[in-house]
Ligand binder design. Structure first.
Ligand SMILES: [Zn+2]
Length: 103
């Protein structure tokens, strides 16, 4: 994944409708520099950098957020390991069962 955001920087962000990950649109001024309400405009045919889903996002779907860490798979990765572990255990159990049954 390309490095497109910088921790400590404010960004205009929408959440992808498909994968619900935040999509940074552009660097935004901080609330100190420019208090709400901010002017947003509709963005047509925005492609999600995470899953490739294309959608037109309305201003009310956008928000200004502070990036405190690199967006990515901080939560997703451990869950994937759990699923991979379950799949591996299922495979071993199935292999064990087959080996016992057809001995
Ligand atoms: Zn997406």
């Amino acid at each position: 994944m390309p490095k497109i955001t910088v921790p400590g920087q404010w960004y205009f962000v929408v959440d992808c409708l498909a994968c619900e990950k935040p999509i940074p649109l552009a660097e935004a001024p901080s609330p100190d520099e420019k208090p709400d309400p901010l002017q947003y405009r509709t963005i047509s045919n925005l492609r999600c950098p995470h899953c490739g889903y294309v959608w037109t996002y309305a201003p009310r779907q956008m928000s200004r957020r502070l990036v405190e860490y690199m967006p990515g798979d901080r939560f997703q990765a451990p869950i994937l390991y759990v699923f991979a572990g379950i799949a591996a255990l299922s495979f071993l159990a199935a292999a064990f069962f087959v080996a016992r049954t057809y001995r």
